[in-house]
Design a protein around this ligand. Sequence first.
Ligand SMILES: [Zn+2]
Length: 195
Amino acid sequence: MEPQVIPERSGTAFKLKKGQTLIVIDPKGEQVADLLAFNADDIDEVISSGRTFDYAERIYLSTGNKLYSNRSNVMLEIVEDMVGRHDFLLTPCSVDTFDHFYPDLPRHRGCFGNLAEALAPYGVTPAQIPTAFNCFMNVPIDGETGELKVLPPISKAGDHIALRAEMDLIIGLTACSAPDSNGGTFKPIHYRIEA
Ligand SMILES: [Zn+2]
């Protein structure tokens, strides 16, 4: 099956059934994809970084780790990971991100705006958008001070991460729009759904 293409600086949303696997591909390398998940039967149940860190007892997540909802149910399990570095700390980039970090660049609605538009047909409002699981985003942390840095992804062209749905989900997925997260250039993201 040919992969679906998310053009640079855009986003999409789609349903992912329990048992299906979502494969998120970085076709050119060094490109972040923000991923959101909502329970398809009740969009008040949503992916939760806090629950996930608590149960995983770590902030760097990879193969075998489960991504939990705000109700402590498993939404997704990472079943394959060619990169091993993703972020679940930082919120989707937005116009506010551009005002804060890039005041000299043209404003962009960012992943937040792209996710809000893509998820609106499913009844999701902007206020319901939580911290995303940021595939391939490279945010190293100083373990003593907690200081963080946003560095270029370590993903290479063609690398992917695969996540299996543990409930029926609505997924939001972007090709991230923030310069620093993506090594200074904007590339597409590809994805595939496998039974
Ligand atoms: Zn972004």
